[in-house]
Design a protein around this ligand. Structure first.
Ligand SMILES: *Cc1c(COP(=O)(O)O)cnc(C)c1O
Length: 424
């Protein structure tokens, strides 16, 4: 039986309706910005494998960091022990974070990073005997697929089946251009509820919602009023972290720094699953007691896996390379030129750029469904032409690896332009 046939018989893929999904390409190799399938068809990874991979595939520095660590101490439990890769990673990461961030908690993926943030926020108040059990979150947010993360997520398609079983969330509009006042008023109303423990948000760009962008000054105001009201602020930087917005973290654009930050995706340079939730000293101190029940009793079997820590440290080093920084700036400048060229075209709207992210919406007579037909046609068009993108509804975006060169990026843009011609 072919690999693809075995896959179809036995494997259940993420976010996939298997009744309508045909056989999937079997990938056999990746190098740099490219992926190859078993028929030697080559694809440009235009979305850095779901926003994880700044350095391209099969990076040798990362591979060797993993090999060295795996042949020294591949994994050990993190309860009752510590180890050098975790400590060295923390030493490397802390100076990059907003200076109010002092404590690092490890987990496995973006959803668990959010779960840890939410649990810590709720327990922080519980530990003081204060009853606060609600969260404020943005409409159309995406924070992951576990229960707490899902509750804070606003994309209905993903959460509809579970909505009776979720944490209480007060949802407010996203302060996109023109909607700032409405969103800010909604936040102020929400903050009147004494049961609110935390406000969670994707800073400056809501990835899964279709790269919906809003400005730093308004988010600054949101954080400020939350902090004044004694509500903890959680920046979910799982997508925005590690230079995708043009700065190391989206929080770097803010004056008021969040109390908690969630990181994952590019943390290990797109190699191994790992996540981090970072906290202020004050939050950490809220868990200190002679009573063991006051501690944060949360953990995962592979917490702070040494191999993942070692490769994450190497990834942070690579990000500091001047070529990488030049790559980020180069992509950003090219995106701005693309935006200039297309911003008056009537077939596209809302063309937007943040760091290495470029997104625009195709003008359509009606609203297109998140995983609808139109989106599927776009997806198929790009795949057929050797470009991996995942359009959302009528939104097309790219988030290329930082190592993409001029010619390769031009190739991506020309496929975007072909798509605009073909699907308008
Ligand atoms: C992808 C994503 C998550 C969930 O991460 P997983 O690793 O898929 O669990 C959470 N928050 C944001 C902002 C994300 O983009």
């Amino acid at each position: 039986m072919s690999l693809s046939a075995i896959d179809q018989q036995h494997i259940w893929h993420p976010y996939t309706q298997h009744q309508t999904c045909g056989p999937l390409p079997v990938l056999v190799k990746g190098k740099g910005i490219y992926l190859w399938d078993e028929n030697e068809k080559k694809y440009i990874d235009g979305i850095s494998s779901w926003w994880c991979n700044p350095f391209g595939h099969a990076n040798e520095d990362l591979a060797s960091a993993m090999f060295q660590q795996a042949s020294t101490l591949e994994h050990v439990l993190f309860g009752g022990f510590t180890h050098k890769p975790a400590i060295e990673l923390v030493e490397k990461l802390l100076p990059l974070l907003p200076s109010n961030q002092k404590k690092i908690f490890f987990s496995d993926n973006g959803s668990t990073a959010v779960e840890v943030a939410l649990k810590a926020a709720l327990q922080f108040f519980h530990n003081q005997g204060i009853k606060k059990n609600k969260i404020i979150a943005f409409e159309d947010a995406f924070h992951g697929d576990t229960f707490g993360a899902m509750a804070s997520s606003g994309i209905g398609l993903f959460t509809e089946a579970f909505k009776e079983s979720l944490l209480q969330v007060i949802r407010i509009p996203v302060p996109v251009k023109g909607q700032e006042d409405k969103a800010f008023s909604a936040l102020k109303v929400a903050l009147e509820d004494e049961g609110v423990a935390a406000f969670i948000f994707e800073p400056l760009c809501q990835g899964a919602a279709g790269m919906i962008m809003y400005e730093a000054p308004i988010l600054d105001q949101f954080i400020d009023v939350c902090q004044k009201a004694g509500v903890l602020t959680i920046a979910d930087e799982v997508m925005t972290g590690f230079w995708k917005t043009g700065r190391c973290f989206a929080s770097d654009y803010l004056t008021h720094k969040p109390d908690i930050i969630c990181l994952s995706k590019a943390l290990t340079g797109g190699t191994l699953p790992m996540a981090i939730t970072t906290f202020t000293q004050a939050i950490f101190d809220g868990f200190l007691s002679s009573d063991p029940g006051i501690a944060l009793l949360h953990g995962h079997t592979f917490t702070a896996n040494p191999t993942a820590c070692a490769v994450a440290k190497k990834a942070l080093e690579l990000l500091e390379n001047p070529e990488m920084q030049q790559g980020i700036d180069f992509i950003h400048q090219k995106h701005l030129v693309f935006k200039e060229k297309w911003k008056h075209d009537l077939r596209v709207e809302n063309i937007r750029v943040l760091g290495v992210i470029l997104a625009f919406d195709m003008v359509r007579p009606d609203k297109e469904a998140y995983y609808g037909n139109f989106r599927n046609q776009l997806y198929a068009f790009f795949i057929e032409n050797g470009l991996l993108l995942r359009p959302i509804g009528n939104t097309i975006y790219i988030l290329p690896p930082f190592i993409i060169n001029d010619e390769e990026l031009n190739k991506v843009y020309s496929l975007l332009e072909e798509a605009i011609d073909k699907f308008s």
